[in-house]
Ligand binder design. Sequence first.
Ligand code: TPP
Ligand code: MG
Length: 725
Amino acid sequence: MTDVDARFVAAVRAMTGDVPAPAALPPTAADMFDAQMLSRHLDLAARALRANERGYYTIGSSGHEGNAAVADCTRPTDPAFLHYRSGAFFVRRAQQHGGVDVVRDVLLGMVASRDEPIAGGRHKVFGSAVLAIPPQTSTIASQLPKAVGAAFFLAHARRSAAIAPPYPADAIVICSFGDASANHSTAAGAINATCRIAHQRVPIPILFVCEDNGLGISVRTPPGWIEAAYGARPGLRYVCADGCDVAATWAAAKAAVTTVRQQRRPVFLHLRCVRLGGHAGSDVEMVYRSRAEIAAAQAADPLIATARLLIGAGVRTPEQILERYEQLRARVRKQADLAARAPRLRDAADVMAPLAPRDAGAIAAEVRRRPDDAARGEFWQQRLPEHEGPLPLSAHINRALGDLCVQRPELVVFGEDVARKGGVYGVTRGLQARAGRARVFDTILDEQTILGMAIGAAHLGFVPVPEIQYLAYLHNAIDQLRGEAATLQFFSQDQFRNPMVVRIAAYAYQKGFGGHFHNDNSIAALRDIPGVMIASPSTGADAAAMLRSCVAAAATCGSVCVFLEPIALYNTRDLFEDGDGLYQSDYDPDAAHVPIGAGRVYGDGGDLLIVSFANGARMSRRVARRLERDHDIAARVLDVRWLAPLPAAELLAHAEATGRVLVADETRHSGGVAEAIIAELIDGGYTGAIRRVSSKDSFIPLGPAADHVLLGEADIERAALALVG
Ligand SMILES: Cc1ncc(C[n+]2csc(CCOP(=O)(O)OP(=O)(O)O)c2C)c(N)n1
Ligand SMILES: [Mg+2]
């Protein structure tokens, strides 16, 4: 990078002769040039800080500084989801706003200081609440689905008038990414979703900006590929410009932004640029780039090009430019020296402070807030669900969702098949007719898009309740939860939130039907996501109450909640005997609040505690009854109800009271919930007996063979007898 610096100085110094006047000069060219130079000096400072072992991040924006023009053509009220090389965009937007010390902030990010205003030292990001720039992780293309969601819901909010988004009515969404990232399935899926939406003539005001430097680390993008891939997509206008020429970029961006803003249609702005320097400080580009190629990139340096423009237009002399360049260098260096001494994160508590904040009092108060009676009456057409008589679990969820729709205009329900069909199992049946097509609607068949849409919706102020059709289908999209939704409060110190309640039809026991994808019992990948709440009700009454708790947590604390619904219990009517009807209950709109992480205990037997959840909870209750009747063993059953956080204190208290614990876990032996329950017991100092029974470490086969690998009542009963006997 030092050669890039020196070459710029030499090139400007050499611009003494006749520099041709440009055909056109953007009115803000000098300001954009300042942004470009500042961004360059920040890159140089990043490497110097690294060399002095003060900085931890060296991925720069050099060669991409044409993106200052994209910022220039947009507004600080247009939400922007930025590529990690959109530094000049960030600086230019901060200049437009005027109230952000962008140099200081970016440097504080590089040194991972807790004083950095957005991520507080947790990552080096471009992000700012006042600049409408949510911070992004560095997962390639992972910001595209949520940008698409934000654009869709921006327009949607305007039409449905349900909520007032935090951005103006004519705002647009900007989303930048690299040329290699454009190949990622996440990008391909998000852009496809956009085309599909635009194809239906539904407004979606999004500007995709592909910053094409021809390389993804060391791998070349074939010449012409981006245009071939995205130049002629249905509903997507394609605009291309030389991203090293700020005037050309500005003209193209202006036209693109006008289209997006006025027509509410998507545009793909392809900016050809160069990468100056290695991918990051540690990358030796000489290994895979020839000297000639590196020299050609340096000759195309956008800063040299802007200098030439300004000199050619007679706006600046070479001396003035070099003087300004050095002034800005001095400013950045001074701030870098200060940043090097800025405080770092102190301890684990400091690091974790913004992780999924939860205010139990606020959640409880929110749950107590009653929906308006008249509005309820109208919604349910005077047939109030509490008067319907006993209902199974699926109907409880349906009625609770309906009531939540009445109570919260910002709540939206979407997913595959949720609208007319009402979901595969009818859980959302009738909701679209009651709540309207703007509140309950089908999405395309792409889980990544569904979760990305939810994040985008949440950015706009909606409380999304997306549905994933089956647990197995969460896995191909889980990065949107794990890497994106779950991290936003952490990396923005709660300045941005993406609350959601993801409903998922889950678990097995479908009498041999469906095979492994419809009987998935793998939840390990969810349980280890910091901060994500996992609700797993086993009864209708709990399901309705816990759904209210989740929505309240989402609305008041920004929580990301996963709501696992046991498919096999959706329509279960009986508990102990055929025809007893005990597994149904009346819907209660005023049911007691179920706090996050509160279990439910059945019985008070002192011989044994069976710990379980979901299908396992029902099986355990049946077994407990047989133990009592046939063996005179008094068991109690603790339904943990929440798989994260687990009800640790309750668990310990009941374990101590019985001295014998059997964990009945329908998920897998490895990575299953039992592992966590037993660990909680041991960590809590419990020294009594512990056993577990679980499903096998197997995929679930089709047909009756499923029962060979799934936890069954006989397993629970056998283990209980062995433990007590
Ligand atoms: C999902 C994912 N896979 C791999 C990476 C590692 N990685 C970081 S940057 C990068 C190349 C990106 O190239 P491009 O999109 O062209 O952006 P550029 O760095 O060239 O601006 C890769 C492979 C990642 N961050 N995320
Ligand atoms: Mg690239």
